[in-house]
Design a protein around this ligand. Sequence first.
Ligand code: MN
Length: 333
Amino acid sequence: MDPFQTLTTSQRHGVIIHHWDTDGLCSAAVLFNYLAERFPEKKLTTFVPTITNYYLTAQQLQQLSDAQYQFAITCDINFPEQTVNGLARVWPDQTYIFDHHHQTPYRQVHYFNQPHPACASFITATLGLANNLLAAIAMVGDREESIQQDTQYYPWVAEMMQQYNISFAQLLTLRRLIDSNYMVDDYSGMHDTIQLLRHDPLALLTDVKLENNLQQIGGEIDRLLEQAPQALSNQVLFLDLHTSLNILSHVTRNISRQYPDKIIFTRQLKADQYTCYIRRRQLQYDMRQLIQFARDLGLNAGGKEEVVGIIIPREQLNEIFPKLQAKVASIQV
Ligand SMILES: [Mn+2]
């Protein structure tokens, strides 16, 4: 099956909307290279949603619509129905979605989604491409060390390590370097990294700018971890983080390691909205209950059993945050 059989020469300018992490950038680079070779006349632009938002705002949809792209491709983001409907309204026959997060299919768009270690490896398989370094970097990006236990797909990674003479540790380093763009909130850096991934991925290993990002991130995480969390109950610790970097999930994970028998609740003001993380390690509490609670309050929320992320628009903070805080503080395991 050819995912792009409905793409014609009259559709000259398209946008690739991608996740901000390593797999998202690698997925965009695989698609970019494929389309550039198959349709050399087409012009492609890349676009990232606001970092931490797994959806497009009404303004962003309008902005994309105003830019007069004739087709849109999304990769590695599990968009909610509202965003998918918005894309399908702007590009009724020319919205292509590639993802590897299991969910029920959307019928109003060209929809390609199957379980795979990474979206870039799924795209590689779906387009009938040969195994490639970008797929390997993306699989290490999403799965880290655990990909080594994957008997079906680790051979793909091992083959690339041999072909390019690189170690698994270097693949992990590439992941940290590529992810550093979103952590320092550098949108044009993500764009530049996609272009490097397309042409010379291993050049990223000696990229001075990305190395500087890692220094900056390390210093900021250390600074934030010096702050003592506040007890909301005997099981829940809260921390309000003041930083311009997108490192809330990493800091929350670090604090959770320090207090494995507590629920860690963190908050950060960023881009006119509050991001909240709630994470646990040893306590047996299914965090997905909080996703439903937040959605019932009208908030965007997502996550899994051990961690959830919730977005609160700034104007709703005074009304909504106390309700969320009371709910988390009341958790008894
Ligand atoms: Mn992914």
